[in-house]
Design a protein around this ligand. Structure first.
Ligand code: ADP
Ligand code: MG
Length: 320
């Protein structure tokens, strides 16, 4: 039995989702017999974490997005000497940054969609119109504009022409100073969950969003998305996606658990979109769904993630 603090909520755009995930994790931990405290993280994060020092054995982090999934909270916990679940500082910071994680993916022969990165400074210098013109020459249409460090498809938009591209850029800039604009992959969306230290790779799950883009509404409204697990795809493709997911997990140095998102085009080519280091953990989320297909209950998944908790800095004399 451990004293576990479940860190949920937070101040990011994904606060509500995190609260839902956090409550589900907390319920599962209680069922597993742990002494659990639910911590609704607000703007005073450092103070909230500091009072936990000496009072808990482990922090179970269920914060999504910035200041939670990005390595910052992990850094404070390292300094406080509180073991925590999931990835360490560097892996968290790399994974939340789509631009940086794609560099790692490319270096590890993990296929990704062609992209162009633009930042506010460039837009301020030459204007949205010129930037859109350049992007359209480099990538063509359709393309998708994403804030570099947001999750849950917040601020992402598909563009079929120059005009749509300009407004997608303007919209995404509300969320991030750096945008990643990718060639839009027409095809099917797949995701693969990885859990534990000697990782269990979950069956591939296909996401069929009713709107085409798996956006915030489709993600969190019941009935708007169909989930097929195991995905009805050839075994070979399934093994390929699992292999690429494991490689992405280790390339970024992820720990505890992760979920790797892909698009697969009509010819069966896979493109890795991103790694999520704190994936959704409501009972309806993708990892629990895929785990159920592999015969693992929600409580088992939570227990497996809890077991991987530790301070990462002291591990094997490694840096973060
Ligand atoms: N290059 C792409 N081609 C087609 N669809 C994409 C592409 N990139 C993202 N998407 C769609 O947008 C969603 C969100 O993108 P993703 O990169 O996973 O960011 P996040 O989940 O962090 O918002 C995906 O689930 C997918 O539906
Ligand atoms: Mg995603």
């Amino acid at each position: 039995m451990s004293r576990v603090a479940v860190l949920m909520g937070g101040t990011s755009a994904e606060r509500e989702v995190s609260l839902r995930s956090g409550k589900a994790v907390s319920r599962a931990l209680r069922e597993l017999g742990h002494e659990v405290s639910d911590i609704d993280i607000g703007p005073e994060i450092v103070e909230q974490l500091a009072v936990l020092q000496g009072r808990i054995d482990v922090a179970f982090i269920v914060l999504h997005g910035r200041m939670g999934e990005d390595g910052t909270v992990q850094g404070v916990l390292e300094l406080l000497g509180i073991p925590y679940t999931g990835s360490g500082i560097m892996a968290s910071a790399m994974a939340i940054n789509k631009h940086m994680s794609k560099q790692i993916f490319r270096a590890n022969a993990i296929p990704v969609a062609e992209d162009v990165v633009v930042d506010t400074a460039e837009i301020a210098r030459v204007g949205t119109e010129k930037v859109a013109e350049g992007v359209s020459l480099d990538l063509g249409f359709p393309c998708i504009v994403k804030p570099n460090c947001e999750g849950s498809t917040v601020g992402a938009g598909r563009a079929r022409n120059r005009e749509e591209l300009e407004s997608a850029i303007e919209e995404a800039l509300e969320y991030d100073d750096l945008l990643i604009i990718e060639r839009y992959i027409e095809g099917r969306e797949m995701t693969v969950g990885i859990i534990g230290d000697e990782p269990v790779i979950l069956p591939v799950l296909e996401v069929v969003a009713s709107k085409g883009l798996y956006d915030y509404e489709c993600k969190y409204t019941k009935g708007m998305t169909e989930y097929i697990v195991p995905a009805l795809i050839p075994d070979e493709l399934s093994r390929e996606l699992q292999r690429l997911s494991l490689r992405a997990h280790f390339a970024l140095d992820c720990e505890g658990f992760s979920r790797i998102d892909f698009m697969v085009d009509a010819e069966g080519n896979s493109f890795c979109l991103e790694a999520n280091t704190i994936p959704g953990m409501t009972e309806l989320s993708l990892i629990p769904k895929a785990a159920a297909a592999a015969g693992l209950s929600f409580e088992q998944v939570v227990g497996m993630v809890l077991e991987t908790a530790r301070l990462k800095i002291s591990r094997n004399k490694r840096c973060y």
